[in-house]
Design a protein around this ligand. Structure first.
Ligand SMILES: [Zn+2]
Length: 469
């Protein structure tokens, strides 16, 4: 054991002691109403550590994110949860590549010996970028063309369509590497703002939340030129970028099911442990108390509760993902290196932003993203849950969290939340002072009975017809 490690260990013990002391002090204000519950004390301790100044906002793929994973590991060990990280232990260290775009993308193609080079912000504007280098044969599709198979890697020019942006998504799903739209039908400005390149895992897979392909809009004159090119013309899009290699961290534990006939079935309870860290100018800390220290606390309390009673019949996995905020990298790694077979996962419940009530839903309830897509929410409600459909139609919350990475694999994966679009979202003011602890404690408390039931039942939720993503 080296000195640095000993120091760090002492530092963490000190942090935990501080957290417990401040939890007792904070919960003391409720003492007039009776003794604070064990759950309330424990939630305060998690929140004070995770969203306190020592964690510096748990920046994605930073040592602060690692510190959050270490804190979570300590709790899981205390509860007697088994380690389940892909490389052994509780913490997965995952190599990541982060990109910084250093100049405008350049689109090039050759016509009759002449090389054409167009620059982002002039002849075209990249709307969404999937990678630093893309190249493929041109395929022109006009409005009246019925859906045909797009050869993988094609660069599609979509002349016009009723809904060009959603048509572009369809073409990307069919295998197009790049979709070019004309400004006249797609709208939008020829912006000079530099696009972002999604961060990646070392095997080159993009985080599941960022995998939406490359789209650009062409200025009017450029559209005319592209539409006059022959199909099959090679189009290349190059973006100058710097890559920084680093790591992100997941923490993963599990309780192996007690029933030999049911332990192959697994329930995954998950939350993301990272947030936005410290502002680049070295100023403000983005504490991420609601997003998502509250969800991490919920999963930790579920682990504490399920490990303190009779062992559940089904296997329960407790997964805490790194780098959600920079594209769902931790959950993408988890899906590629799962501790149990994904086709044995009966449900993944992701916990996101439970720290304040949502004024759009009845008090004492939580919303479940994609409630209408499966029979899981209604069934949990029959067993003591207080879940309602997500009231924020149009926000696409089902697609905006780590649950979506698993849902795309066919796993029933949904997010439980009470996020009411508060103005502190992704601001330094998402801090402990803005957490409604009474609500958070009740929210977590209300989940224990239905989830304990699910961990012991043989109920397998299913997608409602046509609702599987
Ligand atoms: Zn967030």
């Amino acid at each position: 054991m080296n000195l640095a490690r000993t120091r760090r260990k002492i530092y963490f013990r000190f942090l935990v002691l501080l957290a417990v002391l401040s939890a007792i002090a904070a919960a003391g204000s409720d003492a007039a109403l009776g003794h604070p519950s064990a759950l309330a004390l424990s939630v305060r301790a998690h929140m004070n550590v995770l969203a306190g100044p020592g964690m510096r906002g748990r920046g994605s793929a930073t040592p602060d994110e690692h510190a959050a994973a270490v804190y979570i590991t300590g709790q899981l060990k205390n509860y007697g949860i088994e380690p389940a990280a892909s490389g052994g232990g509780y913490v997965e260290q995952i190599p990541v590549e982060r990109y910084t775009v250093t100049g405008p993308p350049v689109l090039s193609f050759q016509v009759a010996q002449r090389q054409n080079r167009w620059t982002h912000g002039n002849e075209f504007s990249v709307w969404r970028l999937g990678a630093a280098h893309l190249s493929g044969p041109l395929l022109k599709i006009d409005a009246t063309a019925t859906a045909g198979k797009v050869a993988p890697g094609s660069v599609v020019y979509l002349d016009s369509a009723a809904n060009p942006w959603s048509k572009a998504d369809e073409l990307i799903a069919e295998g197009a590497s790049l979709v070019m739209l004309n400004r006249a039908s797609a709208g939008g400005q020829i912006s000079k703002d530099l696009p972002r390149i999604p961060n990646r895992l070392p095997d080159k897979s993009i985080g599941g939340l960022d995998a939406s392909g490359t789209k650009l809009i062409l200025a009017d004159e450029s559209s005319q030129i592209i539409s006059s090119l022959a199909d099959g013309t090679i189009i290349t899009l190059d973006t100058p970028a710097r890559v920084a290699k680093g790591f992100t961290w997941n923490a993963v534990g599990k309780l192996t099911g007690s029933d030999p006939a049911m332990r192959e079935d697994a329930l995954v309870l998950s939350a993301h442990l990272d947030h936005l860290g410290v502002a680049r100018n070295g100023g403000a800390i983005y504490y991420g108390a609601d997003d998502d220290a509250s969800g991490v606390s919920a999963v930790l309390e579920m682990a504490r509760s399920l490990s303190s009673g009779p062992r559940p019949k089904r296997t329960v996995v407790f997964a805490f993902f790194g780098s959600e905020e920079i594209g769902g990298l931790g959950s993408t790694w988890f899906e590629e290196h799962p501790p149990v077979r994904l086709d044995h996962v009966v449900a993944d419940l992701e916990f996101e932003m439970l720290g304040r009530p949502d004024p759009k839903i009845p008090s004492g309830t939580l919303w479940l993203s994609g409630y209408e897509r499966t029979n899981l929410g209604a069934t949990l409600d029959e067993h003591g849950g207080h879940l309602v459909p997500d009231p924020h139609v149009g926000e696409n919350f089902f697609q905006r969290s780590d649950n979506y990475v698993l849902a795309k694999k066919g796993v029933i994966a949904q997010t439980i939340s009470s996020f009411g679009l508060h103005k502190d979202y992704h601001r330094p003011t998402d801090d402990l002072a803005h957490i409604d602890f009474t609500h958070l404690d009740e929210a977590i408390g209300s989940l224990i009975a239905p989830i304990t039931w699910l961990a012991n039942s043989d109920f397998k939720p299913t997608w409602n017809s046509g609702e599987r993503p």
